[in-house]
Design a protein around this ligand. Structure first.
Ligand code: GUN
Ligand code: ZN
Length: 431
């Protein structure tokens, strides 16, 4: 299981954010390349001929030519108890939560149900080439145990946490300020730093947390500065209005979280669509991360995320599926929809930036760039094998492709789980 192996194929790994479509200095690319893996880590990448001559005779060589090897994809915002909510018809955010999401999440008090869904959820991620995700679990501790249990069984690097929610939802998905603190605390002790797991303190959003609960979230963040904090921010107009009514003293939506000291470099804010200038500035100043969830924003009719505006202000941005508001587990489908959201605002996302974003970009946003997101020696061997000719339409289109950028754009525009030829987790093949 931990023996040395070589993966052969076309190898692509970014080392910084690309500025333009021909920014070849932003990545390493080996046409006949190789990745050497030992004990779950990448020990070298380079040209196959150079690397294979240094290797021992009995080393296991897996030939993935002509496919493209990249770091495993990273999903910065997803809800594991919504695996059976995805594709629910006809509602915008608040009605969607009340009609579909909260009743479904109530089922996760049952450890057996939670384990069954967590198992399928992890397999879906890997089938779609995603090796790391930051997920919301349900309000119930057993859902977190199921989530990390299934992640650890597959040796995946995963982030997650119990949602804290103590109002404006049915009884079956509510906790209290004290129980949310106690439960989060013992889950952190149990899972944070265990195998490849990291805990995210997860107040769902201001509508479902009383001030008393946000105080508890604040205490948890202070006591566990190496945990993440994740929540939702400024997704939908009705949500923003209700939030302002519940917190009449706040200057704006972000100010609620700011009052409870929840901003910072390990804080992930889902959506960030309708932010005011003060909120953008405060996010930039604190190094807080805005997470773009294009399939969800379109599906729930939430609005258009202003990537260029946030970036110009200096806000760190990540990209994510937000299943089950989001409509696909695939980061390729996510890029495709993201491209269109930006097109509607006359913003252009070039394919190098796209693939940087779902690898090193998201790794940086999650402060994990020294572990994942690149194929640099020393990185954990989470790797995706991509086939840009996976469907007849893709193969036809690939016949007149001349550059790597063109191939990447075909992968993001036409690709999905069928383009994932293989996924490696800490050096071991999924399929
Ligand atoms: N805001 C609060 N909870 C949720 C959720 O589950 N999904 C989305 N998209 N937004 C939310
Ligand atoms: Zn979400």
């Amino acid at each position: 299981m931990h023996g040395k192996k070589i993966l052969r194929g076309r190898v692509l790994s970014f080392n910084r954010e690309p500025t333009e479509i021909d920014d070849s200095g932003s990545f390493d690319y080996f046409e006949d390349g190789a990745i050497i893996i030992h004990q779950g880590l990448i020990t070298a990448i380079g040209n196959y001929q150079d690397i294979s001559t240094d290797a021992e005779d009995d080393i296991n060589i897996i030939d993935h030519r002509p496919h493209l090897l990249m770091p495993g994809f990273i999903d910065a915002h997803i809800h594991f108890p919504q695996a059976q909510v995805i594709a629910s018809w006809g509602a915008q955010l608040l009605d969607w939560l009340n009609t579909y999401t909260f009743p479904e999440e109530a089922k996760f008090s049952d450890p057996q149900h939670a384990t069954r869904i967590a198992s399928s959820f992890m397999d879906e991620l890997l089938r779609h080439g995603t090796t790391t995700a930051a997920a919301y679990c349900s309000v119930h501790s057993p859902s977190v145990d199921a989530y990390f249990g299934e992640a650890n069984a597959r040796n995946m690097r995963m982030i997650g946490g119990k949602v804290m929610m103590d109002r404006n939802a049915p009884q079956g998905v509510l906790d209290t300020p004290q129980s949310s603190y106690d439960d989060s605390k013992s889950l952190i002790r149990k899972w944070h730093g265990h195998a490849r797991s990291s805990y995210a303190i997860t107040p769902r959003f201001a509508i479902t947390s009383t001030p008393g609960q946000l105080e508890m979230a604040q205490a948890l963040v202070h006591e566990h500065p190496d945990c993440y904090m994740q929540t939702h921010l400024s997704e939908n107009h009705a949500e923003i209005e209700t939030t302002a009514e519940l917190y009449p003293d706040a200057r704006d939506y972000l100010d609620i979280y700011q009052t409870y000291d929840l901003l910072g470099a390990r804080s992930l804010f889902g959506h960030c669509i309708h932010l005011k200038p003060r909120e953008r500035a405060a996010m930039a100043e604190t190094g807080s991360v805005a997470v773009f969830c294009p399939t969800s924003n379109l599906f729930l009719g939430s609005g258009l995320y202003d990537e260029a505006g946030l970036k110009a202000e200096g806000v760190i941005t990540a990209i994510a599926t937000d299943v089950g508001g989001g409509t696909n587990y695939s980061m390729l489908r996510t890029l495709d929809e993201g491209y269109k959201v930006l097109q509607l605002q006359r913003q252009q996302m070039n394919p190098l930036k796209s693939f940087y974003w779902i690898t090193l970009g998201n790794a940086r946003a999650l402060s994990l760039e020294n572990k994942i997101g690149t194929l640099a020696a020393g990185s954990e061997a989470d790797i995706v094998v991509l086939d840009a000719s996976a469907t007849p339409a893709m193969a036809l289109r690939m016949q007149n492709v001349e550059s790597l950028s063109e191939e990447l754009f075909i992968l993001q525009t036409l690709g999905d789980d069928r383009s994932i030829a293989q996924t490696y987790v800490a050096g071991n093949p999924f399929k």
